[in-house]
Design a protein around this ligand. Structure first.
Ligand SMILES: *Cc1c(COP(=O)(O)O)cnc(C)c1O
Length: 341
């Protein structure tokens, strides 16, 4: 992880881009946050104010950015714990202003611009009016704009999209005679744009999670050269191994997941059960390192084909994880997180 962070920092710096470290994938784990800070990440960003609170209470010194646009019900906490937040709603911005005044603080805001992915963002035609009102809000420091692509619609943050964001930044600076200190182009999906661009325009920030933790860009999920993809390993204990039939017997109805399964009869086999289930991990996002295969899962169990490996009760199976699997695992309170330095 340390290697990945250092490499990414160095790479993006070559074209004037600072990286904000996104901790939501690791559930705001303070020990992991400490690794980011120790390697020169100055801004930690998370989608949940609860994770930000946890990192602050664990003594991690950084600037904190709230990634998900604030809920009205959490505005006071946002002003208390986050230094910066991404925003797209005036109603929320006015509340942030109100609580910033009450708490005698200045809350920094980045306005998100919709560029086509259709998650958060102000439509470009409305940005001038919004900025005009935000500049009048007391206790609010308008420090920049940002965009987020490749999340809902899978829209590529390509040169056209990034040029559009740069143009909006330049337009706002000229029109309102201001200086935007942050123009945040996106996330781990911006890697291909970054590599293929000589000139990255006014974009000077990316918010990076997946590439640091899993070593991949997020558009095609290709490995970024020289990065590690195995910083995380899921290790699970076996709680039963038996020779049993391969096909369920009796009258077949819905299983725990609401599915009626048609399972082929492959004769008797060596089956195992792992002590982990759907509530802890996205089953489709884990790949075993041993020669076993996953037969199915319920909330607390994963059934495996143990024919080739012949593992025993109390043996462990190791898995590599993709984004959605890692997200769930690191947020499961049932899974112990061991950090090996
Ligand atoms: C999750 C998130 C990111 C980071 O995405 P990665 O693909 O993990 O780099 C960046 N910005 C916003 C707004 C996010 O929600």
């Amino acid at each position: 992880m340390t290697h990945n962070i250092q490499q990414l920092k160095k790479l993006y710096k070559t074209k004037g881009i600072e990286i904000t470290g996104v901790t939501k994938l690791v559930g705001g784990n303070p020990k992991i946050a400490a690794v980011l800070v120790a390697n020169g990440i100055e801004i930690l960003a998370d989608s949940r104010i609860e994770n930000i609170k946890k990192m602050i209470k664990s003594g991690i010194k950084a600037q904190y950015l709230l990634l998900r646009t604030p809920s009205l019900s959490q505005v006071e906490e946002v002003v208390t714990y986050a230094d910066i937040s991404l925003n797209s709603e005036l109603k929320i911005l006015k509340e942030l202003s109100k609580y910033a005044l009450i708490h005698q603080t200045i809350h920094k805001v980045i306005l998100m611009v919709e560029l086509g992915d259709l998650r958060e963002g102000i439509m470009p035609v409305d940005i001038d009016n919004t900025v005009k009102e935000v500049l009048e809000l007391k206790g609010i420091d308008f420090i920049g704009i940002g965009s987020n692509l490749a999340c809902y619609g899978g829209v590529n943050p390509d040169v056209n999209k990034m040029n559009e964001l740069s143009s909006i930044a330049i337009h706002l600076e000229n029109k309102f005679k201001i200086r935007l200190t942050i123009v945040s182009g996106g996330n781990s999906a911006n890697y291909n744009w970054f590599k293929s661009s000589k000139n990255t325009g006014r974009i000077n920030n990316l918010r990076i999670g997946e590439s640091m933790f899993l070593g991949r860009e997020a558009l095609c999920r290709k490995v970024i050269p020289n990065l590690f993809t195995d910083a995380f390993t899921l290790v699970v204990e076996i709680i039963e191994t038996k020779i049993k039939p391969s096909k369920p017997y009796g009258k077949i109805y819905q299983n725990a997941n609401g599915k009626i399964r048609k399972i082929k009869d492959k004769g008797v086999m060596n089956r195992g059960i792992l002590a982990i289930g759907r509530q802890d991990v996205a089953i489709s996002g884990i790949i075993p390192k041993q020669n076993i295969s996953i037969l199915g899962a319920s909330s607390d169990h994963i059934m495996i084909d143990n024919t080739k490996s012949n593992l025993n009760v109390a043996d462990t199976v190791e898995f590599s994880l993709n984004y959605k699997a890692l997200l769930r695992v690191l947020n499961s309170s049932y899974i112990t997180k061991n950090i090996i330095y």
